[in-house]
Each structure stands twice: as structure tokens, then as C-alpha cells.
Design a protein around this ligand. Sequence first.
Ligand code: RP5
Length: 228
Amino acid sequence: MKRIAREWVALGLAFVVAGVVVSFLVTIVGSFLGLPIWGIGVFVVATLALLAYPIFRVPAPSAPAETAQATERTVMSDAPLVGIVMGSQSDMAVMEECAKTLEGLGVPYELLVASAHRQPAKVHEWAAGLADRGVKVVIAAAGKAAHLGGVVAAYTPLPVIAVPMKTSDLGGLDSLLSMVQMPSGVPVACVAINGARNAAILATQILGTSMPEYRAAVEGLKSEMAGA
Ligand code: RP5
């Protein structure tokens, strides 16, 4: 018998046994107290209804799991100009700042969690298709032996900005050196350790060289910082 069917049979049996026991007890107590038979009936039905409630209750729809959402390509716009990729879901806490900054500057982006080491084919497919889909700049965040920025740069003609993640073992120096020390011919720009916000601003500045609205957005940000 399948597990679900077994559970339903067990629930049904429990329901019947509980009904019999409750009816028996209520009848005894009712006759002892001199209650009318219909009062006992109402009490039994109400008790059974209470017992049955958890069985027939419609479960509330559960929220989609965050991990499942984040491991697929999350498209924040039909025409993203920036592609953010990070090596692990564990990088999301830091990279949220990058996404928020892009949103604040009005830059459409998409976001992917894919590891250069664990999911090389996924990274390859995503990076190779970016330019044809109209993306202009890539932001790649990773930690430890952080090869993600370099691998993406190998597959796309777009500029890649790397964000080295702070790590528990070496404080992010491992990530920083892995990203910065690219071989000649395959450059990757690199911001500070955990520099998610700066990566977003730099990406917007690159867009601003050919798109006046993003240049204006960066100018607005600079005025804000200057307190103007
Ligand atoms: C890198 O390894 C990720 O970018 C992350 O920063 C680091 C640790 O990843 P998890 O082990 O937390 O998935 O690939």
C-alpha cells in the first residue's frame, strides 16, 4: 500500500476510535448529570467536528523555496543590461546590496547562482549567450578559489567586474587574489572584498559611457554623496 493511502487509513481508524470513545464517555457523563439525549448528540457532533478539523483542513499554500528560485536564472527585467552571477547561494547575503543598488539606479539586471567548479556547463551556457541577449556588463561574485569571474570572461566579450567574497579561512584574500591575478589577454575588473555596491556603481558607469540615462543616474548619486 502506498504511504499516503496508509496514512489515510490510519487517520480514518483514529477518527472512528476517537468518535466511539468520546460518544461513550459523553453518554455516561450525560446520563449521570441528567442531560437530555439531544444535548449529548450535539456535544458528540461538535467533538467529532473538532477532531475531524485537522484532517480535512486545506493546507495553506507554502511559499516557494528560496534556494529553488535562486538557482534558476532570476530575470528582473525583460531586457537586462547587467548580468549578476554568484558562485553560491551563500554569496546572496552580500550580493543583495549589488541588486538593490542597481535597482536604485534604475538599471535592469538578471541574477544567476552558478558555480564555476560545481556547474561549469551552466556557467558556460549563460556566459556565452549574454551578449546576444543584449546584456552589456557582467558582475561575478565568488569566494575562495574564485574562478567565476575569469571563467565568465573567457566565454564573453563583455566587461566583467568581479566581487571577491569575504571567506572564513583567509578573510577574502584568497578570493581577491584569484580574481585579480588574471593571465594577460583575459582581463577582469575587481572591486574590494565584499564590494557589491561598488560593483553595481561601476557597472552603471560603464553603461553611462553610451547611455545618457545611466550617466545621469551616476551623476545623481555623486550629488547625493556630496550632500548637494
Ligand atoms: C564559492 O565558494 C562561492 O562563491 C562561495 O563564496 C564559496 C563557498 O560556497 P559554499 O560552499 O557556501 O556553497 O564557490
